[in-house]
Design a protein. Structure first.
Length: 339
């Protein structure tokens, strides 16, 4: 089988995760580039990969079928447009943009093209959350899950300790619990129950104004705790909570319904199960635990993108329309935040 050539633009920290995942797919040839040629050359030598001096060389190379964009957010839109103009498929790290207008313009460009554009909201590729999606949206009729029945409540949580990088706690650099953490849970909630409506910030606070980051005390100025309430299209009341104050990483989804409960987590040591009052849809009454084993989510995500590129079949998730919905919700949330 002829190799599929993939260009990766932006050779910072995020790039190594995608390189590792691309290398698990047979028949993939990776070519690196960065606006700083030294950075791309050093990473290429470390990974034994080909590289080009400038991103334009990736874009202009007709033998490169798709690009993976791992650059700062401000450059995403222009790089995607350039790639589409060269009839390339695109995987772009989240967020697509910080501007709603820019995303709306991008949507028009993407929808007029034949390019596949995938945005990297990785939680949609977690096997347990795919299972939840099948239960609560794909398995839904007239607003109710055929297995779970009417949804009564939903809670999405993501917490971490923060303090890894100063920029993640500064407004001017787009840090904070909203951009770093909450956006993932809002995206999951919208995937299950969207489009979300009546969005309200219940609590938003800066609880650690001084942190020790990389061994130095630092004053920070953006939120590290937030709770949002919203309602799903089927009327489900949903709470999303995210923070940068949890000592040990914590993530889970808890959904209560008329016929039982769903618990799911990205953490292998956290419970993931369905508990039903009565048999339905191949599930027995009582507790059914899900054991998906340890799988690299970046590998799952990148494999799905490469399959879409080779088959020329767009993915059923992480589309430009999904990003547009998400940024509209996030703008509503940010307008309510006083910090």
């Amino acid at each position: 089988m002829k190799n599929t050539r993939i260009g990766l633009i932006g050779c910072g920290k995020q790039a190594t995760k995608h390189i590792s995942s691309l290398q698990t797919v047979p028949g993939i040839e990776i070519i690196l580039s960065d606006i700083d040629a030294d950075i791309s050359r050093n990473l290429a030598e470390k990974e034994s990969l080909a590289w080009k001096k400038q991103p334009d060389e990736i874009i202009d190379d007709n033998s490169i079928k798709a690009v993976v964009i791992c650059t700062p957010t401000t450059s995403h839109a222009s790089l995607i447009k350039e790639a589409i103009n060269k009839k390339k498929d695109v995987f772009c790290e989240k967020p697509l943009s910080d501007s709603l207008d820019e995303v709306m313009k991008m949507r028009q460009i993407v929808n007029k093209s034949e390019s596949i554009v995938t945005i990297g909201y990785i939680y949609r590729f977690v096997p347990i959350f795919e299972e939840g999606y099948k239960l609560f949206l794909k398995g839904q009729v007239n607003g109710e899950s055929l297995v779970m029945g009417k949804t009564l409540s939903a809670f999405f949580r993501l917490g971490g300790r923060g303090s890894h990088q100063l920029w993640k706690h500064r407004k001017e650099s787009g840090g904070g619990a909203i951009n770093e953490m909450l956006v993932h849970m809002i995206d999951l909630a919208n995937w299950y129950f969207g489009p979300l409506r009546d969005i309200k910030v219940i609590s938003c606070d800066l609880r650690y104004p001084e942190r020790v980051i990389q061994g130095k005390k630092a004053r920070v100025d953006t939120e590290d705790f937030i709770v949002v309430r919203a309602f799903g299209a089927n009327g489900t009341e949903i709470f999303c909570q995210a923070d940068l104050i949890t000592p040990a990483f914590c993530q889970y989804v808890e959904i209560q319904a008329e016929n039982g409960s769903f618990m799911g987590s990205i953490q292998s040591d956290s419970p993931s199960y369905i508990f039903l009052k009565e048999n339905r849809g191949g599930y027995q009454a009582g507790k059914t635990e899900f054991g998906f084993g340890k799988r690299n989510i970046f590998d799952i995500q990148m494999l799905a993108f490469i399959q879409a590129v080779i088959k020329k079949q767009p993915l059923d998730r992480n589309t430009i329309d999904d990003s547009l919905q998400l940024i509209e919700i996030m703008e509503q949330i940010r307008k309510q935040v006083k910090i």
